[in-house]
Design a binder for this molecule. Structure first.
Ligand SMILES: Cc1cc2nc3c(=O)[nH]c(=O)nc-3n(C[C@H](O)[C@H](O)[C@H](O)COP(=O)(O)OP(=O)(O)OC[C@H]3O[C@@H](n4cnc5c(N)ncnc54)[C@H](O)[C@@H]3O)c2cc1C
Ligand code: FES
Length: 290
């Protein structure tokens, strides 16, 4: 997988103090699940709003003033520039503080950071997206990017799962992709309820039943560690090589820019060398953690 050149992104960082966030305003909040919200936001500075660019897979450090910072991937697509989005699962200090903010509230955002999904490498290939829970957030940015440039890619399979129907994120996207005749959308849950008419089963099991061909294909995987642990072997059984599997890693971060050493995994910094990696790059490191 080619390494992404990130030098051109420096112009969007505050040059005098790289840790100083840009001020942004929350414009819309979508309740995805009882624990996950999507925030639509825009920079206050009009020039920055127009000039800001990012690529699918990149992340930013979001600050709630007086509370702290947390890392979120940008879940919207650069092909849809009206606003930016991230989806947030409430787990701790910053995410709970965000949950108390409403539309119109100001937050800080610094980034974009990290590499991105290798669009050049993906072009002309069959794409297999495999996601679980809020793991669809970074893939969603890429999926919309691919759909908005549909003629550059071949077949698209999406296998997405959550624990229960209530835990499915981005239901409006699942509906849109399900209605798109050029996309094979498969949604599954671990446990259905009385209204659930779709598939029931764990993501790796359903993926093997869908059985996408590995020929000229790349699988892009993101989800909870337990899903990842069983998905890579499932893809290997389907004939995918480690070079044909891509994932985006989450590792606790502080600076986000390769300075503090908080996010290392083996000899890699997830913030600087990732968060997007091929399985070939990380399989020796992640087997103990994932
Ligand atoms: C590249 C990247 C992209 C991400 N994208 C998203 C996203 O799009 N949406 C999203 O919701 N989350 C995302 N995350 C995860 C998110 O950054 C964390 O969940 C973050 O810690 C939340 O901040 P918090 O202050 O609310 O939680 P915290 O108060 O920091 O705690 C969060 C959880 O981490 C545990 N924890 C605390 N300290 C440590 C430690 N040192 N090591 C390990 N665990 C610890 C806590 O016990 C708690 O369970 C991403 C992370 C990375 C690295
Ligand atoms: S978060 Fe500081 S080096 Fe990666």
């Amino acid at each position: 997988m080619p390494v992404t050149d990130i030098s051109h992104r420096k112009k969007f960082l505050n040059q005098d103090n790289v840790y100083l966030p840009h001020i942004a305003v929350i414009e819309k909040i979508i309740e995805e699940t009882p624990a996950v919200r999507t925030y639509h936001f825009n920079f206050k500075d009009e020039k920055l709003r127009e000039e800001f660019t990012f690529e699918p897979g990149q992340f930013g450090e979001c600050s709630v003033f007086g509370v702290g910072e947390a890392t979120f991937c940008i879940s919207s697509s650069p092909t849809r520039r009206d606003h930016l989005e991230f989806a947030v699962q409430r787990v701790g200090k910053v995410t709970n503080a965000l949950d108390r903010l409403g539309v119109g509230a100001e937050i800080g955002f610094r980034g974009p950071y990290g590499n991105s999904f290798p669009l050049d490498f993906l072009q002309g290939k069959n794409l297999v997206f495999v996601a679980g829970g809020i793991g669809l957030a970074p893939l969603r940015s890429l999926i919309w990017n691919v759909i908005d440039n549909r003629d550059k890619y071949q077949k698209i399979d999406i296998v997405y799962g959550a624990r229960t129907p209530t835990d499915l994120c981005f239901k409006y996207d699942l509906d849109a992709w399900g209605a798109d005749k050029t996309v094979n959308m498969v949604t599954t849950v671990d446990r259905g309820d009385e209204n659930w008419k779709g598939k029931v089963g764990l993501v790796p099991v359903i993926l093997e039943k869908v059985a996408p061909s590995a020929s000229n294909a790349v699988a892009i995987v993101c989800g909870p560690p337990i899903m990842i642990r069983f998905t890579f072997p499932a893809l290997e059984r389907l004939g995918f090589t480690p070079e044909q599997m891509i994932t985006t890693l989450e590792k606790r971060m502080k600076c986000g820019i390769g300075k503090c050493g908080r996010c290392n995994i083996g000899n890699l910094y997830v913030c600087r060398d990732g968060p997007v990696f091929s399985y070939a790059q990380i399989k020796d490191f992640v087997s103990s953690e994932y």
